[in-house]
Write a protein that binds this ligand. Structure first.
Ligand code: MG
Ligand code: ZN
Length: 420
């Protein structure tokens, strides 16, 4: 609020309920920005931050209590309890927002909000401004409209100790879910059976998946965002599980690649070793003062060297680096911010330079190698193998903390866990 300064106002809306089909709604998930600022868990709510307002700077509009509706849809907080329970200074029924909010915006020169994200909110905003403009006495209407994203997302990029504690818990649940999934992973079972074990392990701890999980066996491991999860596990297949748990809106994001049956083939072992080494090198670059891109650069060096030495790429490492030919087998970047959103907010570049990592930032580190099943440019024994290893890594004062460290990834540990 103080970053926005006096004369500013900031308005953020809760996520709307979204329909899945007909009158069945998706499970409700609060908007990440709204959650960050309020912790308030309901739809049909609007937060207004009004620096300098005498009767309270933090104002929430939310649904009124309604015993009949609550009998149908569950309890509501209501404006009275919102003040006591969520620390807002003042709260009003959202039904009255058209009459109340425009007056609160009067005389403020700058308005921070999201435009173009939710059509309904955009329409409300225009209505409030029209109302303000048409009010008697020539009200002062905000002259400047500033996209809230940048200001707010800079804050969200730096995780507080409380946020890191939640992310640690989310990570631990995701790690437990991978272990549970492995217990279900045997030759002959369907990917969705493994997924079921994964989801069960999350839900029994009160978490939800932070994105639709990938449970991919065999050649499905080469599909980057595979979520059909309908294939069967064969003996000797790789099983790639990319799954995160979300706890109190905070995400985790882990990928492991397991040998179905407990033993990597010679080719699988060779590729696994490269990816594991690449990830190690990349994690070494996650520390304060290093550019965000250093992890990817380090991973790429290792992957290129490895693929050249296996003769999967022709020519020397330096020419392959230059030509980008390695993208045939390593087509994605090595990581992203993670926080309230799996692909969290925050600029990756500042002043057209890669951003420097700082304490409190959290990134994923996830190099991979994928040999497409139809790639006739390599011997058949390599085709259809996809491997990714992903951890969530927080930048600390002294180096880094791997939030997902308790899930093994070393080659021998991974085989032992699968064989058990
Ligand atoms: Mg992932
Ligand atoms: Zn990821």
């Amino acid at each position: 609020m103080h970053m926005a300064g006096d004369g500013a106002a900031l308005v953020v809306a809760a996520a709307p309920r979204r329909m899945r089909n007909a009158d069945a709604a998706w499970p409700y998930r609060q908007d990440s920005d709204f959650h960050y600022l309020t912790g308030f868990p309901e739809p049909d709510a609007v937060l207004a931050l009004l620096p300098g307002r005498a009767n309270g700077e933090v104002v929430l509009f939310c649904r009124e209590r309604d015993p009949e509706r609550e009998r149908l849809d569950g309890a509501r907080v209501g404006p009275e309890d919102a003040v006591a329970r969520y620390g807002v200074d003042d709260a009003f029924p959202v039904e009255d927002i058209d009459d109340i909010l425009p007056g609160m915006l009067e005389g403020r020169a700058r308005l921070y909000c999201h435009f173009g994200r939710e059509n309904e909110f955009d329409a409300h905003l225009l209505r409030w401004l029209r109302r303000l403009r048409s009010s008697r006495g020539g009200a002062v209407v905000p002259r400047e409209f500033i996209a809230l994203g940048h200001l707010l997302h800079e804050l969200r990029l730096y995780k507080s100790p409380a946020e890191l504690a939640l992310m640690r818990r989310a990570a631990r649940i995701a790690a437990a879910a991978q272990r549970a999934a492995l217990l279900a992973a045997r030759p002959g079972v369907a990917e969705y059976e493994v997924e079921a074990a994964l989801l069960h392990a999350m839900r029994v701890q009160g978490a939800v998946p932070s994105y639709p999980p990938t449970v991919a066996a065999g050649a499905n491991t080469c599909v980057m965002h595979y979520t059909a999860n309908r294939g069967k596990l064969g003996r000797g297949d790789l099983l790639l599980i990319d799954a995160g748990a979300e706890l109190e809106c905070y995400a985790s994001d882990i990928t492991r690649t397991w040998p179905v049956g407990g033993c990597f083939s010679r080719e699988q072992r060779a590729l696994y070793g490269i990816v594991a080494e690449a990830q190690q090198a990349a994690i070494g670059e996650v520390r304060a003062g290093r550019p965000f891109t250093a992890a990817h650069d380090a991973a790429t060096q290792v992957v290129v060297k490895g693929l050249c030495s296996l003769k999967l790429l022709a020519g020397g490492a330096s020419s392959v680096m230059k030509s980008g030919e390695y993208k045939r087998f390593f087509p994605h970047k090595t990581g992203h911010w993670i926080g309230l959103d799996v692909h969290d907010v925050g600029d990756y570049r500042v002043d057209d330079q890669p951003r420097m990592l700082e304490k409190g930032m959290v990134v994923t580190v996830e190099p991979g190698i994928y040999i497409p099943p139809d790639d006739n440019g390599v011997p058949a024994k390599w085709r259809g193998l996809g491997i990714r290893i992903e951890d969530d890594v927080a930048v600390t004062a002294r180096g880094s903390e791997i939030l997902t460290a308790e899930l093994p990834k070393g080659l021998d540990d991974v085989q032992a866990l699968c064989a058990a």
